[in-house]
Design a protein around this ligand. Structure first.
Ligand code: PA5
Length: 503
């Protein structure tokens, strides 16, 4: 039988873009035209006056403006409850301007050298030491990146992620993809002691050392604290190439540090353009003109919604690319806001898929939901809808009106935005013009600013995560890690006294 043919389809632009990036052919991100065409906007029309309980009026938002402006001003001058172990965790604010061209080219040069040596890169890390990389990588590359040829990937190696969970089957399946290939790894952990990352690293290191002996050391990159921790010590002993997680930047705010940049450079994503996106939003969101500052409006809207009883934020993307960004937001906001009984649960959703599942709940369930759409304005590709002979599904009218899949997908935002609003779900739309590193940089900086302001409004430090530490300690105690004997004993006693209920 003849192989499947792609009828009426143009060349895949995502692949074309990957090839361009592979040739270091950059977007004109320094020009005014590019910046104007790539400006993220926030439409909050449907946040206000939704019918039903928990409605937010413009006056509610206006009443918050002085508090938001004060919070912003305190954030900029690094004042308040913002420290972790005595260090102000606001280093992310100035990263976009502090980062040097030399540093970016050092990263690019290591990425180029390692890419020449390997077929596949495995990024090892969890939480903030993982998600920003995978989110950005997925948002900007082909869905089946690793199945493409090296040329179609723009010369980048295949990219995999391990250490973000402890699922042995997932781990084993990933190993199958690596069998017989030349493999490099980038192990990322600020603390150097996170169990998931450490176990994944042990396993990978053993296999690499047994396969390649001392040559394996050249294939291992380490991204960790600049001077302390287990990884730093081992890197010193082995002579691994190392990168730094800055002291004053927390994991979920670290995508613009070496944590994110090394992996992104390996995937041939333009890290200079990425930095420029952060810089652009830093500029846009630095002023105190509330209604012209999308980060401040975003923070105020979410806070007003939370005060009005909205406890769940559905972050709905109309593209699989941006769904990964929604997942990044799922980490950034709850890990920062979830203190002292506060904060909104963030539910990342891909529409229209999820409209056929929890879309029912959004429309008619408990009115404790608000919604944020991540709308991609222009997809890389256009998919035409073909005419049929008999119009049995009644969709020929789309063809007659010149509508393609892209047009219908736009309605996957506009339809639910209207319907959910009518159903009492305040919602806002973040319009992301195109899939590029500049736009992601803007979006990340805007969200980092917004969640920091949220911390001030809620009255607690958004840069620490004692809840995450609590699970880490419980796990250390359960697996009998030395140093956690007291916790283990306490747990054992508590568990003994607990009546188990099991059916
Ligand atoms: O945002 C955070 O701080 C966390 O999600 C951490 O990034 C995560 O726990 C991983 O920590 P580490 O880099 O120390 O391994």
């Amino acid at each position: 039988m003849k192989g499947f043919d792609l009828i009426d389809q143009e060349e895949n632009k995502t692949i074309a873009l990957q090839k361009r990036r592979g040739n270091r052919d950059q977007n004109a991100f320094g020009t005014r035209e590019f910046r104007e065409a790539n400006r993220i906007t926030l439409d909050v029309t449907y946040m206000l006056d939704a019918p039903g309980p928990g409605s937010i009026a413009r006056e509610d938002v206006e009443a918050l403006i002085p508090k938001v402006l004060t919070a912003h001003e305190r954030l900029q001058r690094e004042d308040g409850d913002i420290s972790d172990h005595g260090i102000a965790m606001t280093g992310w604010q100035n990263l976009p301007v502090d980062i040097t061209k030399e540093h970016l080219s050092d990263i690019q040069s290591v990425a180029k050298d390692l890419s020449a040596e390997v077929d596949a890169l495995v990024s090892l890390g969890i939480g903030g030491s993982y998600l920003g990389i995978e989110a950005t990588f997925r948002a900007l590359t082909h869905t089946y990146f690793n199945q493409l040829s090296s040329a179609e990937r723009g010369g980048a190696p295949e990219i995999y992620f391990l250490g973000q969970n402890m699922d042995p089957d997932f781990f084993r399946d990933t190993l199958d993809m690596l069998r017989g290939k030349r493999v490099g790894i980038n192990v990322i952990s600020k603390s150097g002691t996170t169990t998931e990352t450490a176990i994944a690293f042990r396993i990978m290191r053993k296999m690499m050392e047994e396969t390649w002996g001392a040559d394996a050391d050249q294939l291992i990159l380490v991204t960790t604290d600049k001077e302390k921790g287990a990884l730093r010590t081992l890197a010193g002993e082995k002579g691994y190439r190392t990168f730094v997680v800055p002291d004053d930047v927390g994991g979920r705010f670290s995508v613009l540090t070496d944590v994110g940049l090394v992996g992104l450079a390996m995937a041939r994503i333009d890290i200079e353009e990425f930095v420029a996106g952060f810089q652009a939003m830093r500029e846009i969101s630095s002023g105190n003109d509330f209604w012209n500052n999308p980060a401040l409006v975003h923070a105020a809207m979410r806070h007003a919604a939370w005060c009005a009883g909205k406890k769940i934020e559905v972050v709905a993307a109309n593209s699989t690319a941006l769904y990964w960004v929604a997942r990044w937001m799922e980490q950034l906001f709850p890990e920062s806001e979830g203190h002292e009984g506060h904060g909104m649960w963030v539910s990342p959703s891909l529409y229209s898929e999820k409209l056929h599942a929890n879309g029912q709940m959004v429309q008619q369930g408990e009115r404790n939901i608000m919604e944020t759409f991540l709308a991609l304005t222009e997809h890389d590709n256009r998919i035409p809808i073909p005419q049929t002979d008999n119009d049995l599904d009644g969709l020929d009218f789309l063809v007659k009106r010149g509508m393609d899949m892209n047009h219908v997908n736009r309605m996957v935002v506009e339809g639910p935005a209207y319907a959910h609003y009518q159903g009492g779900v305040p919602n806002m739309t973040l319009e992301i013009p195109r899939r590029n590193a500049f736009n992601l940089g803007q979006l990340y900086y805007m969200m980092e600013t917004s969640v920091s302001i949220s911390g001030y409004l809620l009255g607690h430090n958004p840069f620490v995560q004692p809840g995450v530490e609590a699970y880490k300690h419980a796990m250390f105690a359960l697996i009998g890690k030395p140093g956690f004997e007291k916790e283990a004993q306490k747990m054992e006693n508590q568990l003994k006294g607990m009546k188990r209920v099991s059916v």
